[in-house]
Design a protein around this ligand. Structure first.
Ligand code: ATP
Length: 306
């Protein structure tokens, strides 16, 4: 595998942010290319958040001109609340988070944070305000300390340790022979999916963003690890505006709002209970999961959604 950090270190803050946030390299490089096309407006201003209400207003989007991915997507995440997006694979869930991070420009409609259109903002300030816990965290061939502090170069050791403690990964790090200096990544220690997600959570805690995007892992962690991570995410989502891209039902039931996407359109919205009562697509997905979980003898929250 290519060593990511050598070429990318030349590319500046924006690319470092992207590197921090993405799951795999193919996607990373396609986004790097894409990002070069998005420039700050000459009069771009820094984002000022006060609660961080997020609004998607009649958003249309396509990656390629021939194939539309999102159709008239319209929703509001009230400041400090959690909205979860569910839907079959390919319905456009992760695309919403890419648009909120402004990796791509919308083709129709607009996205605002506290009333400020993303196109009027500096990308640096936008990305500073948003923390992403991705599906699969990229670890760099460096120390675990570096990996946690990544994106926050001024962080002190105390702050790094506090974030690691809050993400329940401190004890694990201390148990390693080299502690926080232990090398991880391709040529170092290989961390499990859950450990990598904890590193991502620690990174996010250190960043302390007003808006949180959680792209839930597609492959289930073991239930105990999953529960611990859910509990931590609930904690960091408290008082932040949170968008959860849900692949399983475990993160969804508590959300203030659930959006059901189908082929790029919001077809249902509401709370878990109200969606079950609507007896539509969400209720079907839920029933299917429950049936699958019954077959497998697991809890419904452990099985996959999309
Ligand atoms: P999953 O649950 O499988 O992660 P999703 O609902 O998050 O799926 P998206 O990743 O948002 O789906 O993708 C929506 C559609 O956009 C898919 O059909 C996908 O093939 C397409 N797509 C995603 N990224 C790109 C890209 N960079 N270029 C072109 N098409 C893309």
């Amino acid at each position: 595998m290519i060593q990511l950090y050598i070429p990318l270190n030349f590319l500046g803050v924006i690319y470092r942010e992207i590197k921090q946030s993405l799951a795999d390299m193919e996607r990373l490089f396609s986004l790097l290319d894409q990002n070069r096309e998005i420039a700050d407006a000459p009069d771009a201003r820094p984002l000022l958040t006060h609660g961080a209400q997020v609004r998607f207003q009649h958003v249309d989007f396509s990656y390629e001109s021939k194939r539309k991915i999102l159709f008239d997507v319209d929703f509001t995440i009230a400041a400090g609340t959690t909205t979860a997006v569910v839907g079959h694979s390919g319905s456009g869930k992760s695309t919403l988070s890419r648009l909120l991070f402004r990796f791509y420009e919308v083709n129709g409609g607009g996205i605002t944070i506290d009333g400020q259109d993303l196109r009027t903002l500096t990308q640096d300030s936008l990305r500073h305000a948003i923390g992403i816990v991705p599906q699969d965290t990229v670890l760099f061939n460096d120390s675990i300390e570096y990996n946690i502090a990544y994106g926050q170069p001024g962080a002190s050791k105390e702050q790094i340790v506090a974030a690691a403690k809050a993400a329940s990964i401190h004890d694990f790090i201390e148990s390693l022979p080299d502690g926080y200096a232990s090398m991880v990544g391709e040529r170092g220690l290989k961390l499990s999916g859950g450990e990598k997600q904890r590193v991502a959570i620690a990174r996010t805690l250190l960043k302390n963003p007003a808006i949180l995007i959680f792209d839930e892992a597609t492959s289930a962690l073991d239930s105990k690890a999953e529960q611990a991570i859910q509990a931590q995410l609930k904690e960091i989502a408290r008082s932040r505006t949170t968008l959860v891209i849900a692949h399983r039902l475990s993160t969804v039931a508590d959300a203030e709002q659930i959006l059901v996407l189908d082929h790029g359109r919001i077809v249902e919205r509401g709370t878990h209970q109200s969606l079950l009562a609507q007896d539509g697509l969400y209720a079907q997905m839920w029933q299917r999961q429950q049936a699958k979980a019954d077959e497998e003898g697991a809890s419904p929250s452990d099985s996959e959604l999309g």
